[in-house]
Design a protein around this ligand. Structure first.
Ligand SMILES: C[S@@+](CC[C@H](N)C(=O)[O-])C[C@H]1O[C@@H](n2cnc3c(N)ncnc32)[C@H](O)[C@@H]1O
Length: 392
């Protein structure tokens, strides 16, 4: 086992259970990616044990204080994660986050459960050292048909190139078609072997849940629709019409398939392969208005209109949506950008409403559901911001 000595600043944060050591905080010790290290303060006291990495994080700590990190310790963390999901995930739902990385004591490791398959998403290949223990636990406790490996590299991570081990099947087999999963009784097709984005964002489940009683008879515009989860949920709960807009034809084909999986007629449900801003502008020129608009954009994306960034473009997006929202209509505005505070996000939405000259009532402020717990000592944990507005 290697030894890593960190500066006083890192020691203070590790003492508060913070899960990372940054490279500039390392005082002594070689950082060999994928190897275990005991983390110490200058005087030699053990602060924790973690996996070393050569990216923007130098060490991810899996146990604070003294004590071994072995299979039993990791299995204990997985048992604790599973115990939460057993309580908070309803019986008609089999798609959920089983392990939420830092927030469940397993930094850099997300595990999503998809019916009978598991997708393990690593922030770095260095964490592969834990895969045998994790796969063993999944096989013993969840009997998956397939365990799949994917990576989610942080934009702050400058390493690029081939990933070892390669993404793919770790155990069992890859499904041949879509795996049908259930969220609150609604069927969605997902591809657990094509992670990290497999076709359903389960962090929005509680948001879709509280909207269920509010869709009846409404016209819905779902922008950045992806595979149409909001549209399907709206349609299943009585929306009169839905329009799903996304730049990707492939995602919208899957959205349409999700309607078919739920035996919904496609007569009053449209799918537009288009840039959201262009669609909103066209609706404004046509005088077409909606009762409900969903704005759930990515944090960043490249579109025909150039680079989209939630921080820069949210006010423009909200203003464009507000101009095609019926009086009394609702806008759901969301951001999954971890480094944008709820207060700043609210400010961006308010400035958009003001720009469109549409005063509004705030109806709901929400975040990710309880299968995405946020650790009190990890400020980035509560990343999802969801706000619901009624335009007057
Ligand atoms: C974070 S996902 C949205 C998730 C979705 N709202 C849901 O609940 O499943 C981002 C989606 O935005 C789409 N997208 C990105 N830029 C876009 C743009 N300018 N106009 C329309 N869609 C865009 C992507 O293709 C992707 O499907």
């Amino acid at each position: 086992m290697r030894s890593l000595t960190v500066n006083g600043y890192s020691a203070k944060w590790l003492g508060k259970q913070f899960p990372w050591v940054y490279p500039k905080e390392v005082v002594k010790g070689a950082v060999k990616a994928g190897e275990w290290a005991t983390v110490r303060e200058g005087a030699g006291r053990v602060l924790g044990t973690g996996v070393l990495d050569d990216g923007w994080i130098a060490c991810r700590v899996f146990r604070h204080g003294d004590g071994p990190v072995d299979e039993a310790w990791i299995h204990g963390l997985l048992d604790r994660s599973a115990a939460l999901r057993d309580v908070v995930v309803g019986p008609d739902t089999d798609a959920y986050r089983l392990v939420n990385a830092e927030n469940d004591g397993l930094p850099g490791i997300r595990i999503d459960w998809w019916g009978h398959h598991a997708t393990i998403v690593l922030d770095s290949p260095s964490l592969a050292v834990l895969l045998p223990w994790i796969t063993g636990w999944l096989e013993a406790n969840r009997s998956p048909r397939g365990v799949h490996l994917a990576y989610r590299q942080d934009p702050r991570d400058e390493r690029r190139g081939a990933l070892h081990p390669e993404p793919g099947v770790l155990a069992g087999f890859a499904p041949t078609g879509d795996v049908k999963v259930r969220e609150r009784g609604i069927t969605y097709g997902v591809r657990p072997h094509e992670g990290p984005d497999v076709g359903l964002y389960t962090d929005m489940r509680e948001v879709r849940a509280f909207l269920e009683p509010t869709w009846a008879g409404t016209s819905v515009l779902n922008t950045f629709a992806y595979t149409g989860a909001f549209s399907v949920s709206a349609a299943m709960n009585g929306a009169a019409e839905t329009v799903s807009v996304d730049l990707s034809a492939k995602y919208l084909e899957r959205a349409e398939q999700n309607f078919v999986f739920n035996e919904l007629s496609l007569d009053t449900h449209d799918f537009l392969v288009e840039d959201t801003f262009k669609a909103l502008d066209r609706f404004r020129r046509q005088g077409r208005m909606f009762d409900r608009i969903v704005l759930d954009p990515p944090s960043w994306s490249h579109g025909p209109e150039g680079m989209w960034s939630a921080k820069k473009d949210m006010p423009r997006l909200v203003a464009a949506a507000a101009r095609v929202t019926e009086p009394g209509g609702w806008i759901l505005a969301c951001s999954n950008q971890g480094d944008l505070s709820p207060r700043d996000f609210r400010g961006l939405v308010l400035s958009g409403l003001e720009r469109a000259g549409r005063p509004a009532q705030s109806l709901q402020v929400a975040s990710q559901g309880p299968d995405y717990p946020a650790l009190s000592t990890f400020p980035e944990g509560r990343y999802l911001k969801v706000t619901l507005w009624r335009l007057l």
